[in-house]
Design a protein around this ligand. Structure first.
Ligand code: ADP
Ligand code: MG
Ligand code: MG
Length: 877
């Protein structure tokens, strides 16, 4: 018989697959002797079985449930039917990977018309008992029967208004009793059946509802977004209730062991007195800072402080802890690794190493690569900020970032406008899990209610999205689609800017600037670099990009694309003159002009690189890319070059290709026009020689693109070498240089051994290699890649993440062959995949020396390579 239920006493933290994160951690905390209410966990296997077998609970499950309840009664002395020792439980979902707000929790289960009276009598608190009951009716209705939240909330709010009650806590017992009666009618009106009175029936229905919620839309969206598999299911935790809503000596709260926004090593949290469950997170009342608990209940505060430190040291990571206080008794209801901003992630990782809790390798594993990317996000330009005018500055800095966009008031609208290419900012009183897709589609989220742990804040931090919560000086009317601020109103479509690091909102669009990196960031990146085996180079050609890339930790340049240098207005004229010349002499004349420009460019690039290796790719794209397209441009070019419009049109037509990506490009250009690469070689070597005379010893690496035969390479290499020799002789000086090729055709991979005998280096161009291996045109794949993903033909877009089984095998074979024949050959990857986390994990298992990516991805790539190394790195033979 499969064991589908584990008492908390039977589990531990390593059992996340089976018990889910919440269940495994509840069990672990129990083992540590922390004050955790007793309970048991239904396994993820039970959920999977239920979903697989047409929503039928596994046969033995009910028996196991009864056995567990019995054992539970033995341990606690409580049961659903006892008069004196009434058992009430919470039913809580919890998957292996935490999915905040994605699944629903039911509290106070076990109450019914009879038990609520028992509870009232026993506690001598009718108000409390009926507050619990109305919450159960509400939660159970929503979760189990899908009754819309508003069916309960509207009545509840109206009731409060009618009787002029400010807070939920002001409603007296009779009022809550009346509300309960109304809620029971809601069941009859909405689902035509009464609220189930039998506790066991409630329990089974709740369990099934949690199992089913695994497949609801928002759970699916969340999993998609976070790459969580759809088939691992959720566990269900049944836990004895403790009551934060049993008066002013009780309460409920959420706390992080460190500040999740800044990373400061100080307890950070919020709580509400006389409240239950999600009251804090839902932003119903503005919660209090955990600091004030020190005054209200000093010993509880002290105890919580100790528990939180213990949990952090035990789990070796910042924890997000949910707790409840019942009559000054502290209970811990959940712990997990806390979501944090990128900035905090780095700070915490570095601090934990310095505190001796983590090793450097462990710290490197504790930061997500996407955090690094986020850290490099821009901030508002300080000067522009001074001139901008504020709409609100009372909001909380819930998740940092600087974003501008047009106001929208609903998640749906955010989605629609985003699909039309608009940048939008979602403004809501508060957000709920239904808003996830709209939040994804927005540049930033602004709410008027809720604190630092509200739904909007937590989810936005997880997404790395700019967010400001609790702008209580603004009034949002989602029906009329306007926001009132102190002196006026804004409407849908108005542009605003949001500073998530400060909590400020501005009118209009405010300019941004580059992010500054902290001391902790530098420290962390140094550790990553020390651990990494693979070097990370950058793909860059402008001085600005090159400087950024080196700041981000690049060890050299993996790809200078020379074609980018041909587009300046003067250069373009000469380039066009070259392309349109009918004799070799004229071509050389045009190229002489271009060489001047190129020499200046290379001098700057090589100066910035200094002695770090720099790969310069010779001209690659088809020539027609340089020619005028519009009639207007054509007329202008004809005039510039002094040819008739007709002649120009004829030239252009003669250059047109049916399949330019497979046409006259790459090394094929130089096979037909050898003077092209020779000119570029001269420019490279002359600038390098000049720099050498200034004491800068650079290492140019000349790369010939799109090779698919050995002869292509050797013919061009010989021409290049010959010219370089001549230059060395003329200057009476020489320098170290390399000649290699870009591996981007499948054939080149297959003959890699032969090529390796001739080449000093290989650089895999994964964009073209993917394009040519699949036969997918990169520019047209958008038309069908979506359908491929939907139908499960492809797991991921192979242009974004390496296709390991196909393209990856070519890279592997080519690398093995090349290194076998030429052990000193240097091998790198320079396509976009060189900066992709998953692809890097694979590249690091091969005998590759470096990856190269755009400058802003360099730091992230360094962390990826370090993480891959910690996980085992290259399988050395
Ligand atoms: P989520 O996964 O959305 O955080 P939880 O299962 O943690 O959902 O439940 C949400 C909240 O409900 C908890 O933070 C806690 O305040 C409350 N809660 C859950 N179980 C109990 C319990 N046994 N006693 C008291 N409160 C509970
Ligand atoms: Mg929740
Ligand atoms: Mg929770």
């Amino acid at each position: 018989m499969t064991k589908y239920i584990y008492a908390f006493d039977e589990g531990q933290k390593s059992m996340k697959d089976l018990l889910g994160g919440k269940g495994a951690n509840l069990a672990e905390m129990k083992r540590l002797g922390l004050p955790v209410p007793d309970g048991f966990t239904l396994t993820t296997e039970a959920c999977i079985a239920y979903l697989k077998h047409d929503l039928k609970l596994p046969e033995t499950l009910m028996d196991q449930l009864e056995t567990q309840l019995e054992a539970f009664s033995q341990r606690t002395g409580k049961s659903f039917s006892s008069n004196e020792q009434l058992l009430l439980v919470s039913v809580r979902s919890g998957a292996k990977i935490s999915m905040p707000g994605m699944m629903d929790t039911i509290l106070n289960l076990g109450l019914n018309d009879e038990n609520v009276e028992k509870l009232a009598k026993k506690t001598n608190d009718f108000r409390f008992a009926y507050d619990c009951y109305r919450r159960l009716l509400q939660m159970f209705g929503q979760v189990v029967y899908n009754i819309p939240m508003t069916s309960f909330d509207t009545y509840f709010e109206e009731y409060k208004q009618q009787h002029s009650y400010q807070n939920d806590a002001d409603i007296p017992a009779e009022g809550l009793q009346e509300i309960c009666n109304h809620f029971k009618e809601v069941y009859l009106n909405e689902v035509y059946k009464p609220f189930p009175q039998k506790p066991l029936e409630q329990l089974t229905e709740a369990i099934e509802a949690v199992f089913k919620s695994w497949d609801n839309d928002r759970a699916r969206v969340y999993r998609q977004l976070n790459e969580i598999p759809h088939d691992i299911g959720t566990a269900v935790n049944i836990q004895e209730m403790v009551f934060g809503n049993s008066g002013d000596r009780s309460g409920t709260g959420v706390a992080f062991t460190r500040n999740p926004v800044t990373g400061d090593a100080k307890l950070f949290g919020e709580y509400l007195l006389n409240a239950q469950g999600e009251d804090v997170v839902a932003g119903i009342r503005t919660p209090k800072d955990i600091e004030t608990l020190k005054d209200q209940m000093p010993h509880v505060h002290q105890q919580f402080l100790e528990v939180s430190q213990r949990l952090e040291t035990h789990y070796k990571d910042m924890q997000d802890i949910e707790f409840t206080i019942e009559n000054e008794q502290l209970y811990i209801l959940q712990t997990r690794s806390g979501k944090r901003t990128a900035h905090a992630a780095i700070q915490i990782a570095v601090d934990l190493v310095e505190e001796g809790i983590l090793t450097q390798s462990e710290a490197v594993m504790n930061v997500e690569v996407k955090s690094i990317d986020q850290l490099l996000h821009p901030n508002f330009d300080t000067q522009a900020l001074q001139q901008a005018s504020l709409i609100s500055k009372v909001g909380l800095p819930a998740s940092p970032g600087a974003a501008s966009g047009k106001i929208v008031f609903s998640a749906e609208e955010a989605k629609i406008q985003n699909e039309q290419g608009e940048r939008v900012i979602l403004m809501r009183p508060e957000t709920s899990p239904e808003d996830i897709e709209g939040m994804i589609a927005s540049e930033a989220i602004v709410t008027t209610h809720g604190g630092m742990t509200s739904h909007a804040a937590v989810v936005a931090r997880g997404m790395g999205k700019c967010c400001v919560t609790g702008c209580s000086d603004l009034e949002i009317n989602v029906v009329d689609k306007v926001v009132k601020y102190d002196t006026g109103t804004l409407k849908e479509g108005d542009m605003i800017s949001v500073d998530g690091a400060k909590g400020d909102i501005y009118f209009g669009e405010v300019a941004t600037m580059k992010a500054e990196r902290s001391h902790a960031f530098e420290q962390f990146m140094k550790w990553s670099k020390d651990i990494a085996r693979l070097d990370v180079r950058m793909n860059a050609e402008t001085p600005q990009d090159i400087q950024s890339g080196y700041q981000f930790g690049a060890t050299g340049i993996g790809l200078v694309r020379t074609e980018h240098m041909f587009f300046g207005p003067e250069r373009l004229v000469e380039m066009r003159r070259f392309i349109l010349s009918d004799t070799r002499e004229k071509r050389i004349e045009a190229l002489n002009q271009i060489r001047q420009y190129q020499t200046e460019d290379f001098e700057e690039i090589l100066r910035l690189s200094g002695s770090r290796p720099t790969i310069i790719r010779l001209l690659d794209p088809p020539l027609h890319e340089f020619l005028p397209k519009s009639e207007e441009d054509k007329a202008a070019v004809a005039k510039q070059l002094n040819v008739s419009g007709r002649t120009l049109t004829q030239y252009i037509e003669s250059l047109e290709e049916v399949n330019p990506m497979l046409g006259h490009r790459g090394c094929r250009l130089a096979i037909t026009y050898p003077e092209l690469y020779i000119m570029q070689t001269e420019a490279i070597i002359k600038s390098a020689l000049y720099l050498k005379s200034q004491g800068i010893h650079c290492q140019p690496e000349i790369m010939i693109p799109l090779v698919s035969t050995v002869s292509e390479f050797t013919i061009l290499k010989n021409q290049i070498n010959e010219r370089i020799e001549t230059l060395f002789e003329a200057h009476g000086e020489s320098l170290h240089y390399l000649i290699g090729t870009m591996i981007e055709t499948p054939r080149a991979c297959l003959i890699a051994g032969d090529l390796a005998q001739e080449c000093d280096f290989f650089s895999f161009g994964t964009n073209d290699l993917t394009q040519l291996t699949f036969g997918f045109s990169r520019d047209d794949a958008g038309k069908f890649i979506g359908a491929y993903a939907e139908q499960g033909i492809l797991d991921t877009d192979p242009f974004q993440t390496l296709d390991q089984h196909g393209v990856g095998q070519l890279v592997k074979t080519a690398t093995e062959q090349a290194k076998a024949i030429n052990p000193t050959i240097k091998i790198g990857v320079c396509g976009e995949l060189g900066g992709d986390h998953k692809s890097i994990q694979y590249f690091n298992t091969l005998d590759i020396d470096y990856v190269s990516c755009s400058p802003f991805r360099v730091s992230g790539a360094l962390l990826s390579t370090a993480q891959s190394e910690v996980k085992g790195g290259r399988l050395r033979v």
